[in-house]
Design a protein around this ligand. Structure first.
Ligand code: NAD
Length: 474
């Protein structure tokens, strides 16, 4: 049992001002796995005051000091990586191989990337008579979701620290453990008091208080679209910057070539990773209509081959994060059946032989792009396959979405794949499965307005100042 009832404020682990606790449930067992505290607005005021005080010195720290600090954080993160991964598995149900693999690797990658960007980032640039300075924006409220907790936390904390900002982290209530360990890592690594603060609790209390706070200069939020909209409204009165990384309904276009079936199988397997709880998951799989039978065999084969079970065992897929998420996904599966989509793998209920835990069957439908299951983010292991007539049609379907986060193109002809990728209206496209920590990540349309990862991630945390007359006119 984990007992994480203290917050991290002003360089120390402290009790909440008003004690209030909540149990955390292990989604694989439905048993209580630990206790956290739920903070109040008074805790937010205390943390913001600490961050504001610390900003005076941290904002003028040298690049060398910040490089040293990020290096120390990286080393301490690596030392406790296994513990972090185990916490991720326990809190949100990712298989241990994933929790201690890609989950923690992503967090580490963002810290390392920020460290490298910092070494060459241009904080000052002279342009004619003017000096352009990139200055830290100030006190940042960082609000994160539960689905890739270390990824989403480190992608905010690392550039915020690197640019000289101070911050208050509000981790997800469903997955609070890894953030608590991260706070210990930052403490041990020597982050100065007040630069990093962390308060656990309800989004509607802590998140809203941060969004409305007059002394918070920026909110960086990753999560669902409705909450993103609410945060923008809450932040409006204080005209703070709001970076939003929201949901998606990303299309995966498989080109009509010899590798079509293998690419369909790969895309289907990819969709089931992390139990389908990935904002940029390729949840609409677009395949040549003329080859639908082949595509169905490949997708069904891949989905049926995904083993589901105890995340501490040797299974490819664990549970989804919570009972309520399980119920939402079940409703979508029912909706898909009711609206006439053809179920080719999975379906309602838990996988055979499992009667406890929030496990969902890897599910694949064949449908069309007007169906609810093709339009709304399900956030579970549910894929809808849609046939296209030609590439113009494929691009039209891909772009016919309220969202614009990710996109995928798989195929043998790189020239065609590149052309298709340029025509898709989303913030990121992966061609044949590439991966790059320096590639900016963020959404078009209702998928958000910010960019994280790499050098673009820095721009979120800086203000641009022009000092005209820095140089005398020549
Ligand atoms: P969520 O919006 O319910 O919660 C996200 C965070 O916001 C949590 O910490 C929550 O406590 C907090 N919150 C809730 N209400 C709030 C309020 N009124 N004010 C301020 N904060 C509040 O999302 P979730 O269920 O934790 O995560 C899943 C969602 O996140 C999906 O929609 C997914 O697509 C999205 N997501 C997006 C990205 C991206 O980079 N674009 C990445 C991962 C997840």
């Amino acid at each position: 049992m984990r007992n994480y009832t203290q917050f991290y404020i002003d360089g120390a682990f402290v009790d909440p001002i008003t004690p209030k606790t909540a149990e955390v449930i292990n989604p694989a067992t439905e048993a209580v796995s630990g206790t956290i505290s739920l903070g109040s607005e008074a805790d937010v005021d205390k943390a913001v005051a600490a961050a504001r005080r610390a900003f005076a010195s941290w904002s003028v720290s040298t690049v060398a000091e910040r490089i040293d600090l990020l290096g120390a954080i990286l080393a301490e993160y690596e030392r406790r990586e296994r513990e972090l991964g185990e916490a991720v598995t326990e809190e949100m149900g990712a298989p241990l191989s994933l929790g201690c693999g890609f989950h923690t690797l992503l967090g580490k990658g963002h810290i390392g990337t920020a460290l490298e960007v910092l070494k060459t980032y241009k904080f000052e640039e002279e342009r004619g008579v003017t000096m352009i300075r990139k200055e830290p924006i100030g006190v940042c409220g960082l609000i994160t979701p539960w689905n890739w907790p270390m990824n989403q936390t480190c992608v905010k904390i690392a550039p915020a620290l690197a640019t000289g900002c101070t911050m208050i982290l509000k981790p997800p209530q469903l997955a609070p453990y890894s953030a608590q360990i991260l706070a210990e890592i930052l403490h041990t690594a020597g982050v100065p008091a007040g630069v990093f603060n962390m308060i656990q609790g309800a989004g509607s209390v802590i998140g809203a208080a941060l969004s409305r706070h007059k002394d918070v200069d920026m909110i960086s939020f990753t999560g669902s679209e409705p909450v993103g909209v609410q945060i923008q409204k809450d932040a409006a009165d204080t005209v703070k910057r709001v970076g939003l990384e929201l949901g998606g309904k990303s299309a995966w276009i498989v080109l009509d070539d010899a590798s079509m079936a293998a690419n369909v199988a790969g895309a289907t397997g990819g969709m089931m990773g992390n139990s389908g709880q990935t904002c940029s998951a390729g949840s609409r799989l677009l395949v040549p209509a003329a080859r639908m039978e082949e595509a169905i065999a490949a997708a069904a084969g891949a989905a049926n081959g995904v083993t589901v079970g105890d995340p501490t065992g040797n299974f490819a897929m664990g549970p989804v994060v919570s009972k309520s998420q399980y119920n939402i996904i079940q409703d979508y599966i029912t909706k898909g059946i009711d609206e006439g989509a053809t179920l080719i793998a999975g379906g309602p209920g838990r996988p055979e032989g499992i009667d406890k835990g929030w496990f969902v069957r890897p599910t694949v439908f064949v449908g069309n792009n007007d169906m609810v299951i093709a339009r709304e983010e399900i956030f579970g292991p549910v894929l809808v396959m849609i046939g296209y007539d030609d590439l113009d049609h494929a691009v039209e379907i891909a772009n016919d979405s309220d969202f614009g986060l990710g996109g995928y193109v798989s195929g043998e002809d790189l020239t065609v794949a590149r052309d298709v990728s340029k025509r898709m209206r989303t913030g990121a496209i992966w061609v044949n499965g590439g991966f790059d920590f320096n590639a900016p990540f963020g959404g078009y349309k209702r998928s958000g307005n910010g960019r994280e990862w790499g050098v673009e991630g820095f721009a979120e945390y800086v203000e641009t100042k022009a000092i005209v007359g820095w140089n005398a006119a020549g």
